[in-house]
Design a protein around this ligand. Sequence first.
Ligand code: URP
Ligand code: ZN
Ligand code: ZN
Length: 464
Amino acid sequence: MRFLIKGARIVGPGESFVGDCLVDGETISAVGTDLSNFRDSVDKVFNARGKWLLPGAVDVHVHLEMPFMGTVSQDDYESGTECAVAGGTTSLIDFCLPAQDQTLTDALAVWDEKAANKAYCDYSYHMAITHWDESVKEEVKQIHAHGITSFKVFTAYKGALMIPDDAIFDLMQTVRKLGGLVTAHAVNGDVLNIKAAQFASEGKLTTHYHPLCQPPVAEGESTGRILELGQLADQPAYIVHMTCREAVEELSRARLKGWKSYGETCPQYLLLDDSVYDLPNFEGAKYVLSPPIRKKHDQDALWGALANGIVQTVGTDHVTFNFHGQKDLGKEDFRKIPNGLNGLEERLSLLYTYGVAKGKITENRWVEVCCTNPAKLFGLYPKKGVIAPGSDADLVIFDPQKNSTISAQTHHSKCDSNVYEGFALSGGPSHVFVRGHLSFEDGEFKGVRGRGKFLRRTAAGGPI
Ligand code: URP
Ligand code: ZN
Ligand code: ZN
């Protein structure tokens, strides 16, 4: 289909202006202040006066159908990408997680199987490195050649996902030669495990103790260490889900020195505080994730770092477990609560409502951190993340006056709860186009299952 979006406020990473956008099939073919001369040659005109036009958002931290802590997360490639599209996200990057005895190639085949013919939007994977030897090192090159140009390490989840510093450094040197990013979940896993065992031995097993096992200093320490290893290997390093002032300070220091260092935060760390862990009736379990929700002053540090450019992206770390039947595996012991919460559908509107509309970030910075920077860092730009001729027609008509309230009753996730239950939104997507296909319109989901394609990525990795 050939169509015209007319009269929108086109919000890009650097500027906003009122204009039109012409789409031919799956691609943007023109953008300008007045494209009325194309009116007669198109199949349809969308009048977007009073609304904003954004590039489809890119969420680079998503877990779909994730096997974790003895269970599997609720949202799979069907419901997860439905959440994404309904919330204005048109590309996402999941994590392929090899088991301890599995090759990267075999794990990739498993993830391809999970995704096959299910996705409503485009997707890719980061390859997690959960064990390390010469054969894994060889495989990294093959995975990279397949268009998976970012790798993930964990300095926590000892005995499951964590790998030691020598493996991380060797990986960084390997990726350095190929181009791409090494991303890290950075919290000192040894400290975490010892503290958790100590609490357990004292019978301290309620959700209150979950954040106390992995305090901000343990995150700052690991963040600094990863960034230093990146500098020693001359390899760009990206810290996922940053939660606290201590981590921001480490990233700020690294960037001031000119190191190729990047960071991501998530809505839960910007909007929630650790009082959630003291909610009655085991409700705190809904918020158990790692790293944990922090204090109010950490929210301020993160908003500041987002606004001033220290932190480059907002992801979600969307990984959903039902309150009934999954989170309650840890009813007697917080260490057994499956870690994770939702955000894929809510991210863009939450960041608008509590960031842009409250004056914490500009509309252009919002687009930068939710759309453009993730695409640039992870090798998807300029196909994704920008409204420009030649780019994929992943587009969001955003209504900055659409009031709604988040609820598990109405969300698109399969999860039985939503950590933003009752949160008011003052804006949201009215139309979402996935490569030119109208997939969401005025609250109605119109996506086509299986339309989403695997994205082979280039070796980006900054600098931004
Ligand atoms: O608690 C979390 N974040 N669960 C998902 C895995 C991870 O650490 O990203
Ligand atoms: Zn993590
Ligand atoms: Zn994650």
